[in-house]
Design a protein around this ligand. Structure first.
Ligand code: FES
Ligand SMILES: [Fe+2]
Length: 416
């Protein structure tokens, strides 16, 4: 019997329109499978170009026991390597982020260039060739400034994602941004529940009063309440709002028709009007950074949102960008990393206050952390049964379908 046969059985218990079987969310076996097989077979969002702004800046992306160094070379190219020395395998970068002229292994000081080439290795045999022992590369793609990596030897295609989202992200010019704040939040829930929670706003009215006053609840597979107060969901009012802005957005070159996980692909992009006259995703809807980014010279009452399967979402405002990546730490712990980016010339304390810029999503993340934890606890209960998704939870189902589809495909390849 294959090691993953129990996982295959669970995947076959998937029911359309319903949550997954308990063990796929809570068991150690499913965590091992996700971390070592399924998530290695797909593209994962790691960071932005702003996280590795200067040559020598590195950013370590970890998924369970796997660790990858994303590093900017002297030629400004961003590359990814396994964080494992070609001598006897030691971890090389110990910090999550840093800057180094070279990457030196702490164990016996083998030294690598920022392009991964082995530069120095003491007292090796005469026939040892440094050229054969550079750092092992990991596939990396830069999509408009968002860095995606894939741990597979034969990564799946990424061309359509690039074609569909790179140009609109690129207008925010992430190369000219810097990371103002980075939060690492450990949520006490399985990573798939953290993702499912992100993919619906069914919980927003009760769960996120601060967020919906700025973002509204539309754009998440749900319409806009017709008069702003009733519970009646009416997509036509939201459509009218977009329609009213379309010409202006087109003139500005920032218009983007909704693209939603087309043909089994793994990206969604939408330009959304902000609610109540807000000009950014801040706690009061007012600018969180005085220095605007990208093409904006005036505050703009919309933001661009990007969601990717299976581990990220991003919001691009006129004054800052907020990006989210998640990775599993264990069956019931997930790292949610949130980064707020501002213009590289913005001055802390003058143009922006780090606490204020982070306040809205920090509050929202904490609220979501509680929901995901409650979800995990309830699913761990022997009384759990696979439950039905609401109509406006269609994007939750899109995530679940992506997971099941890619898990089955990865399993087939992993089978002996
Ligand atoms: S393991 Fe890295 S130098 Fe020895
Ligand atoms: Fe939420």
């Amino acid at each position: 019997m294959s090691r993953y046969e129990p996982i295959a059985d669970l995947l076959h218990q998937d029911r359309p329109g319903h949550t997954l079987p308990c063990e796929l969310y809570v068991s150690n076996a499913a965590f091992e499978f996700d971390a070592q097989v399924m998530l290695k077979s797909v593209w994962l969002y790691a960071c932005t170009v702003a996280h590795v702004k200067q040559p020598g800046d590195y950013f370590v992306f970890e998924l369970a026991s796997n660790s990858i160094i994303v590093v900017r070379g002297r030629d400004s190219q961003v590359r990814a390597f396994w964080n494992s020395c070609r001598h006897r395998g030691s971890r090389i970068c110990e910090q999550q982020r840093g800057r180094a002229a070279r990457l030196t292994c702490p164990y016996h000081q083998w030294t690598y260039g920022l392009d991964g080439a082995l530069l120095a290795a003491r007292s090796m045999a005469d026939d040892f060739d440094k050229q054969d022992h550079g750092l092992t590369p990991v596939a990396l793609e830069n999509i408009g400034g968002l860095i995606f990596i894939c741990m597979a030897d034969d990564p799946p295609p990424i061309d359509r994602v690039k074609a569909d989202i790179a140009d609109q992200i690129a207008i925010y010019d992430l190369e000219k941004c810097k990371v103002a704040v980075q939060d690492d939040l450990i949520e006490h829930a399985n990573w798939k529940l953290v993702m499912e929670n992100n993919r619906e706003c069914y919980h927003c009215d009760a769960g996120h009063p601060e967020l919906i006053s700025v973002l509204g609840t539309y754009g998440f597979g749900k319409g806009l309440p017709e008069d702003g107060t009733s519970d009646v969901v009416d997509d036509s009012a939201f459509d009218a709002l977009v329609e009213a802005k379309r010409a202006q957005w087109q003139d500005m070159g920032i218009f983007r028709e909704l693209i939603e996980f087309p043909d089994g692909w793994w990206h969604r992009i939408a330009r959304l009007p902000l609610a109540g006259g807000a000009v950014t995703q801040s706690i009061d809807g007012k600018l969180a950074c005085k220095k605007l980014i990208g093409p904006f010279t005036e505050p703009e009452t919309s933001s661009l949102s990007v969601w990717t399967q299976p581990n990220s979402w991003h919001h691009f405002c006129c004054d800052h960008v907020v990006t989210f990546s998640l990775t599993p730490l264990s069956a019931d712990q997930t790292l949610l990393r949130t980064s707020w980016l501002v213009h590289e010339d913005a001055v802390e304390g003058v143009d922006y206050d780090p606490e204020r810029i982070a306040a809205l999503w920090r509050t929202t993340n904490n609220q979501d952390g509680r929901f995901s934890q409650l979800n995990h606890l309830g699913i761990s209960n022997a009384g759990y049964r696979q439950g039905p998704y609401a109509v406006e939870e269609k994007l939750v189902e899109a995530f679940k379908d992506f997971y099941v589809d890619r898990a089955k495909a990865a399993l087939e390849r992993a089978e002996p």
